[in-house]
Design a protein around this ligand. Structure first.
Ligand code: 26V
Length: 808
């Protein structure tokens, strides 16, 4: 156990030995690297012993393959999980340094777009904290998700070169590099025993070099691994190319094109584009991971590969890594000598698939021609999978013959990746109850009929260690003072807080913490935007990627509505509100960028109107990422989860804000439904169409946005203001939004839900005025949030899909 004295000694020692500096001379960056090095030393011992333990006991292991791991900063969570966070922060304060400033020296690892990537990061934390043998496998992108700047209301994207300075948490393991092959020709040769020998000629070779990042369990000495692969030119290729000068430029060219493979993260999570580089990335990740799994399995030397599925489970995060199916087949057949049937049995007992969206725009399909020339052997195998699958239906399920074109893995000259993932796996799961039901009853209906047992639900979760304990230490303390610290290991115990829902001093404490967090956020807003917000106003928060279906537009319409009301009736007794937005738009997503611009222009009108004062403020915080979320969430009072019902698979921001005592205003969508089921209708604000209603309107085509425009004066006024340049100027107008709503018939039902949304916000306002009631609601939300710890989710995956035991 450390004291601030012993920790200070450690720091002094590190600084002298590594930098030749003393503590007084050390910059925040020096301190950051010194603390990282101290932490890494703590971690290394456990890392080694964890690996040894898994090998010796031949423990069953799980590999989570994901194109995204949105891990954010690691220093605080590593310190927390090693039991050093408090002592480290205290030491820094004793030295007259602000721990925040030191921890902020770390680059925020933005290796993901949003929910899907952050979920993968939360899962790794829970897997290690619950002592499961599970690892992550991803890509070490040199550029993470772009940095967002707003210039005159327009989003501008800057490259995120997060590896500019040394990243202290990674270890390069070049000796474990693997070769990946692209292009070339496949030659088949029949051996004397009748088996096929497959050789791959003239292929381009790429090296996959692993960089390992430790995943530290909470207080339990477990350290798992997140292995991130980097694409490099193989040394031998470099030598050949270096032979002559004429080849030198060719060499550089070739090297650049190879390094592109792990060059950047694709930033568009709303619209799938069939870009060859993205396909290369996917195969690169999958091939490196599967080769690595087989190598590890053999190195352990405990059982035959025929039993791979008894020792290994592979979870694929969405369809992005679904080439794992043909790649595992390829390796088992071409290198390990298994027959098709043997290989298929092993593969389909090893791989499990999670679906994260039903939006058709995001469904991955690769042109047959591209797949065939880039991955000739993989394409042959997919073809064979498809033929056997279609024949199977034809003969075994004749009643489904008509459906073959709808379910075929290869159809209309494209490879349908979700179909490949379903056919090639033993488990298909959705990420919230409603989402899984929609998969079974609608989107994947024929597959559900074919394989009812494969389908299952795993409602998402978030790590309460980062999203409560770490980001909201004051709230954590109040909770622990009331119910003890057991909730940290068993988050369901948070429900013990219900005993205090009528305890006035306790409610007071909860509200003091929120006020404190709001004050801190208000300071950050002031620093970053120059705007002073009323610390006692309602902090109404919508933070997530910008998508039409998430309906940031509905939120800003509410703002405009309130503004109009105030202008009409300046004496209106409105409870002051601060609307807080943060969102990145995909660089090529025009409508999303228009909505960001509209939010800014409405903000500038509202914020600068003296008659409004601090009754209404609209804040847009730039460059939403994990670190910014960590600052906003503890201060949130209202959590906007207002997607068109049926569109948001789960949502996880909803869980984070609930856990920090915010109330949800939301539709019956994704995990909102499960929040509703837990807290009851008196502790959540639900509005709008439900998913069945949305579905029926879509089916019948009976929705008429134009009719609402002509009958609801409030709506007409808002749309006309937008169209008429009221927010903006002659040059800046929002005609596209106007036309989109009226001439494309408002595909996300913004106008349809407007009335109910406005009414609900009036209810919210009345509730907020009764602070006692509001605080009680807040406590209920915290108390029931334990279900949304990713520990619960991981227990379910481990029991139902991965069949992992906790290692004691
Ligand atoms: C799709 C694509 C398409 C091609 C290019 C890059 C890219 C990157 C990501 C995606 C996936 C979009 C799906 C997604 O992020 N789903 C979200 O998953 C969360 C975790 O399960 C869930 O909470 C959100 O509701 C869901 O939208």
């Amino acid at each position: 156990m450390h004291t601030t004295e012993t920790f200070k000694d450690l720091l002094t020692d590190k600084l002298t030995r590594n930098l030749g500096k003393n503590i007084e001379e050390a910059t925040d960056k020096d301190l950051y690297y010194a603390i990282a090095s101290i932490t890494q030393e703590e971690i290394n011992e456990n890392w080694l012993s964890t690996r040894r333990r898994y090998d010796e006991k031949n423990e069953r292991q799980m590999y989570y393959i994901s194109m995204e791991f949105l891990i954010g900063r690691l220093m605080e969570s590593n310190l927390l999980n090693c039991g050093l966070l408090d002592i480290c922060s205290e030491t820094l304060r004793e030295l007259g340094r602000d721990p925040e400033n030191v921890y902020q020296q770390e680059a925020d690892a933005g290796l993901g777009n949003g929910g899907l990537g952050r979920l993968a990061a939360c899962f790794l934390d829970s897997i290690a904290s619950l002592q499961f043998a599970g690892h992550g496998s991803g890509i070490r992108y040199r550029y993470g998700l772009f940095e967002q700047r707003i210039i005159h209301g327009n989003q501008v994207e800057l490259p995120d070169y997060w590896l500019k300075e040394e990243y202290p948490w990674e270890t390069r393991n070049a000796e474990e590099a693997l070769s990946i092959h692209f292009g070339g020709e496949i030659h088949m040769h029949k051996r004397v025993d009748g088996s096929l020998e497959v050789t791959h000629k003239e292929a381009d070779e790429v090296h996959a070099v692993p960089y390992d990042v430790p995943v530290v369990g909470y207080n339990n000495q477990v350290v798992n691994t997140l292995r991130l692969w980097s694409a490099e030119l193989p040394a031998e290729t470099a030598e050949i190319l270096a032979e002559s000068e004429s080849k030198y430029y060719h060499h550089l060219d070739h090297m650049h094109s190879i390094e592109q493979i792990s060059g950047f993260l694709y930033p568009d999570d709303s619209n799938y584009e069939g870009k060859e580089l993205r396909l290369k990335q996917q195969y690169f990740l999958v091939s490196a991971t599967i080769q690595n799994i087989i190598r590890d399995f053999k190195r352990r030397g405990k059982s035959s590969l025929k039993k791979l599925h008894e020792k290994i489970a592979i979870q694929i995060n969405d369809t992005h890594p679904s080439l794992a199916v043909p790649e595992l087949m390829r390796l088992l057949m071409d290198t390990e000598g298994f027959s098709w049937d043997e290989a298929w049995e092993i593969t389909t007992k090893t791989i499990a698939y999670t679906n994260h969206t039903t939006l058709s725009e995001a469904l991955e399909k690769w042109p047959v021609g591209m797949m065939e020339s880039l991955l000739p052997r993989i394409f042959m195998i997919i073809n064979e999978i498809n033929e056997r699958f279609c024949l199977g239906i034809y003969y075994d399920r004749p009643e489904m013959r008509d459906l073959i074109p709808e379910v075929a893995v290869i159809a209309d000259d494209q490879v349908h990746m979700a179909r490949l993932a379903i056919v090639g796996s033993f488990s298909v799961n959705g990420v919230a109850k409603l989402h899984t039901e929609i998969l079974k009853k609608r989107e994947m209906k024929p597959f559900y009929e074919l394989y009812p047992k494969k389908f299952n639900n795993k409602t998402n979760g978030i790590t309460h260690r980062r999203w409560l304990l770490q980001v909201n230490p004051k709230l954590s303390e109040v909770i622990t003072d009331a119910i003890g610290s057991q909730w940290i290991a068993q988050p369901l115990k948070l429900n013990g807080l219900m005993r205090y829902s009528n305890d006035a001093p306790f409610l007071e404490k909860i509200s003091d913490v929120k006020q404190h967090n709001k004050k801190i956020l208000a300071q950050l807003i002031k620093e970053r935007t120059g705007i002073t917000v009323n610390e006692y106003s309602i902090f109404d928060v919508q933070i997530k990627r910008l998508h039409e279906y998430k309906r940031q537009l509905l939120n800003i319409f509410h703002v405009i509505y309130l503004y109009n009301e105030m202008k009409e009736n300046p004496k209106l007794d409105l409870t002051p509100r601060t609307f807080i937005f943060a969102a990145k738009a995909a660089p090529g997503y025009h409508m999303a960028k228009e909505i960001i611009k509209l939010i800014h222009h409405v903000a500038s009108v509202v914020n600068n109107d003296r008659t409004i004062g601090d009754k209404l403020k609209v804040i847009f915080l730039e460059n939403y990422n994990v670190s910014l979320a960590e600052k906003i969430i503890p201060a949130a009072e209202l959590s906007e989860q207002i997607s068109t019902a049926g569109k948001e698979a789960s949502g996880t921001g909803n869980m984070k804000m609930m856990m920090n005592g915010a109330m949800t205003v939301g539709t019956m969508d994704g995990a909102n439904i499960e929040i509703f089921d837990l807290v009851g209708k008196e502790n959540i604000f639900i509005f709008g169409l439900n998913s069945d209603q949305v579905h029926h309107h879509n089916e019948l085509g009976d929705y008429n946005a134009n009719a609402i425009y002509h009958t609801d004066d409030r709506v007409k006024k808002i749309l006309d203001q937008i169209n008429g340049g009221e927010f903006g100027s002659q040059e800046i107008e929002f005609k596209d939004i106007f036309y989109h709503i009226l001439y494309h018939n408002d595909p996300y039902y913004v106008l349809k839900d407007f009335d109910s949304y406005i009414d609900t916000h009036e209810v919210i306002e009345r509730n907020y005025r009764d602070q006692k009631t509001w605080q009680k609601m807040s406590v209920a939300n915290i108390a029931y949030s334990g279900k949304f710890s990713s520990d619960r989710t991981i227990h379910e995956y481990a029991a139902d899909i991965w069949k992992l035991k906790q290692i004691r």
